[in-house]
Design a protein around this ligand. Structure first.
Ligand code: NAD
Length: 370
């Protein structure tokens, strides 16, 4: 490791993180961490039909004053206004986000804007629970644009990983949000702002995700695999929170906010292309990930090992029946130039370790992914 890599700063947010199947039923034990006991829950419709809301209602009793249960993907600005109004009217003391990255993002927005503590109960592997960032889609712009807000106060005060809540996560969402977590680790490993802690978390994240993701996809009720996948997603979220992301992350935000492609699906399509684009500049940083996936790297040239890792990730994505081309996610070829333009101006894309100096570089990636 170079001297420069040992010279770093990172921000650690004071948080309590709980792992354990069934922890949600013990939620009341943690309630006295918060001043007052009036909670609002932000969640999505499927959380009601799958019984997770009922489990939280049982744990919180009368403390659950209000529920905003129609959070749509990518946090729409008009919904933030509605949920804010409900939180104000209900005079709540804390905000709970339960579900994927969208309800957690919504709860972060409400908590931040009302200066209230926020609790995250993730049920996918997207990793938002670990970061001090949320995104809101501005629907009054044409095309709509996702704008992120970043502040240390946004970080959830308490994160609860209860693997029982994920037993009903459908195979497609298991697979796509799991690839989202894998992508966080990959981009953290070659991030311009990586440090020894983010690298350690990212390598271990890859190891756990590689070990558990396919098992979760094959048998959603495999409790051991579900619990291990949460450890992988947490490590991925930790690395996401610690460093700046690059091309892959920025491009997926544009494909989500502007082209409305679900976040995990965008991740699954773009990840192999981002790895290939960056390989010549970042292969040495990615070698520990290849090793963690069981790919022999010792006698190889780094780029050859990374190409084998890219191929293995491509095959994993295919084996879980995820879309692998933008056309399969409903994008038409004529949309590509505009998306490339928007992505070229994206700050995260411009943070990519390999410089992106021309729109045509992004156009070529999008064409290859189409
Ligand atoms: P999501 O929150 O939009 O959820 C996708 C679908 O999964 C929804 O229909 C939801 O109802 C369903 N679902 C979730 N958990 C379920 C369960 N256990 N059982 C059945 N259905 C379930 O998608 P996501 O991929 O989790 O999150 C993506 C969003 O989060 C994007 O907007 C992304 O930008 C954001 N995100 C933000 C950060 C951050 O740091 N701010 C990090 C990662 C992702």
């Amino acid at each position: 490791m170079t001297a420069q890599a040992n010279d770093f700063r990172y921000v650690s947010y004071a948080q309590e993180v709980i792992f354990g199947a069934g922890s949600i039923s013990r939620f009341d034990e943690f309630m006295n961490r918060f001043q007052g006991k009036r909670f609002i829950l932000c969640t999505s419709r499927s959380m009601r039909s799958k019984g997770q809301v009922a489990a939280l209602e049982a744990a919180l009793g009368e403390g659950l004053i209000a529920i905003y249960d129609r959070v749509q993907p990518h946090v729409q600005d008009v919904q933030v206004v509605e949920a804010l109004e409900l939180a104000r009217e209900s005079n709540v003391d804390a905000v709970i986000g339960m579900g994927g990255g969208s309800p957690i993002g919504m709860a972060k927005a409400i908590g931040f804007q009302l200066n209230l503590p926020m609790i995250a109960i993730p049920t996918t592997y997207a990793g938002s629970e670990m970061t001090a960032v949320y995104g809101v889609t501005h629907t009054d712009e044409t095309p709509p644009r996702k704008v992120t807000v970043s502040d240390p106060k946004i970080t959830p005060r308490l994160v609860m990983y209860d693997a029982e809540l994920t037993l009903d996560l459908p195979p497609e969402l298991t697979a796509s949000t799991g690839i989202n977590a894998l992508a966080h680790c990959i981009e953290a490993l070659y991030s311009k702002t990586r440090n020894p802690l983010s690298t350690a978390a990212a390598v271990e994240g890859v190891r756990h995700i590689h070990n558990a993701l396919f098992d979760c996809f094959r048998d959603g009720k495999d409790m051991d695999a579900r619990a291990e996948m949460f450890v992988g997603a947490h490590l991925a979220g930790f690395s996401l929170a610690s460093v700046s992301m690059g091309l892959h992350h920025g491009l997926c935000h544009v494909l989500g906010g502007t082209a409305k492609i679900p976040h995990g699906v965008a991740n699954s399509i773009v990840l192999p292309h981002a790895i290939r684009f960056n390989a010549d500049a970042t292969a040495p940083q990615l070698l520990p990930a290849a090793e963690a996936m069981g790919i022999p790297v010792k006698e190889d040239h780094p780029t050859a090992a990374i190409e084998r890792m890219r191929q293995a990730i491509h095959e994993l994505i295919g084996s879980m029946n995820l879309p692998q081309r933008l056309r399969d996610a409903g994008l038409s070829e004529s949309d590509l130039p505009q998306l490339a333009q928007i992505a070229f101006q994206n700050r995260t894309v411009q943070n990519n370790p390999k410089p992106i100096t021309e729109v045509s570089q992004i156009e070529r990636i999008l064409e290859a992914a189409w």
